[in-house]
Design a protein around this ligand. Structure first.
Ligand SMILES: NC(=O)c1ccc[n+]([C@@H]2O[C@H](COP(=O)([O-])OP(=O)(O)OC[C@H]3O[C@@H](n4cnc5c(N)ncnc54)[C@H](OP(=O)(O)O)[C@@H]3O)[C@@H](O)[C@H]2O)c1
Length: 326
């Protein structure tokens, strides 16, 4: 099954289906990784105010762009409104901070990072109570935030708007106001999100899969705190067998599966060899029977890794998207 290398957005702009993830990386390490990613051919970069490393991405991008505006046009830069920004009066402030740290005059795609919210405390993107739980603001709503985000697009500083971590009902609610141009959610072989992907397809919204390799660092952290078991997706026998057959790495098989599954992928790596491997997924193809075998590994909701359990208290927010976490 051939897969286009881009999602074509409604105005004709192209979002590359393989992007580069930037979470859980210090500014300096990220800067070097982005140099390697640009050399390897990545043009889509996924950032977020909440990752607290936008300056590192910005430095590498500015170096690559130089004073050549044509090169800027080749990039597709995504960043996100942090959970503390889900209120109309501060959307512009958070957005301007991202734009400035990234050193750009516009963002290609701006996402609402989460439907739940923290309190807005300037200078503290992850405000905590003395007991370690998050300072959650239960009064915010995604509709007024989304309406404010639409103004950023009208101003020309953002080309496209989207959402992340919303459920189907929330996606439909926001679509009734203005259709998001991207849905970024956790999708990998153990959590394939069939109903949500179907809903996005019906609405005509491209899906970007985060944690496409199973987010090992997060999985290990959660396993140590909760005792939950998160299988290493790179070591699953079916993945290893197919990787051997095509002389590819297990990561390439996982990414190729997702591309053929219809979603874009944004793997994160700081290792130059892996960075190159993760974008080299266009010259082999999984058969329908291999797709079926990998599809069967789905664990549904039980396979979700990023349920925001590390943000104690957010499950009380009326817009918390995952109903199975109480
Ligand atoms: N919207 C959201 O709420 C949200 C949530 C989570 C993630 N994201 C985005 O999605 C991106 C990707 O997700 P993620 O960072 O959670 O996890 P991921 O991309 O699934 O996995 C990253 C892990 O896999 C390792 N890795 C990368 N390539 C590999 C390879 N070829 N072979 C073996 N190991 C490899 C990395 O280690 P090395 O660095 O050592 O290679 C890292 O430990 C994030 O960086 C972020 O941009 C968004």
């Amino acid at each position: 099954m051939s897969v286009p290398e881009y999602f074509e957005l409604e105005n004709g702009d192209r979002m590359p289906r393989v992007g580069f993830g930037t979470w859980q990386t210090s500014e300096d390490v990220l800067e070097k990784a982005v140099d390697a990613a640009l050399n390897a051919g990545y043009r889509h970069f996924d950032s977020a105010r909440a990752y607290e490393n936008e300056k590192g991405l910005g430095r590498a991008l500015s170096r690559w762009i130089g004073d050549n505006e044509e090169k800027r046009k080749q990039l597709f830069i995504v960043t996100k409104l942090p959970p503390g920004g889900n209120r109309p009066d501060v959307v512009d402030e958070y957005f301007s901070g991202s734009l400035s740290d990234l050193g750009l005059s516009y963002i290609d795609m701006y996402l609402m990072h989460t439907p739940f919210s923290f309190e807005h405390i300037p200078g503290d993107l992850h405000p905590k109570n003395p007991d370690g739980s998050m300072k959650v603001d239960l009064t915010t709503d995604i509709v007024s935030t989304w309406k404010e985000m639409l103004k950023l697009k009208e101003s020309g500083r953002v080309k496209h708007l989207g959402v992340s971590n919303v459920n189907e009902e929330q996606l439909k609610r926001l679509t009734a106001i203005a259709k998001p141009e991207c849905l970024q959610v956790e999708v990998h072989i153990l959590c394939q999100q069939a109903p949500l992907l179907e809903a996005a397809k019906r609405l005509g919204i491209p899906v970007v899969a985060y944690s496409p390799l199973g987010s090992r660092a997060l999985a290990d952290l959660l396993a140590s705190k909760t005792g939950r078991v998160f299988p290493n997706q790179l070591e699953l026998p079916a993945v290893q067998k197919i990787a051997q057959k095509y002389s590819r790495t297990p990561a390439q098989v996982l990414l190729r599966y997702l591309l053929q599954h219809g979603v874009a992928v944004i793997p994160k790596s700081t290792d130059p060899t892996r960075i190159k491997q993760n974008i080299s997924v266009w010259d082999f193809e999984l058969s329908e029977s291999e797709m079926k075998e990998l599809r069967a590994l789905d664990r549904g909701e039980a396979g979700r890794i990023c349920d925001f359990g590390f943000f104690g208290g957010v499950e009380k927010h009326p817009e918390f998207p995952f109903k199975n976490r109480t």
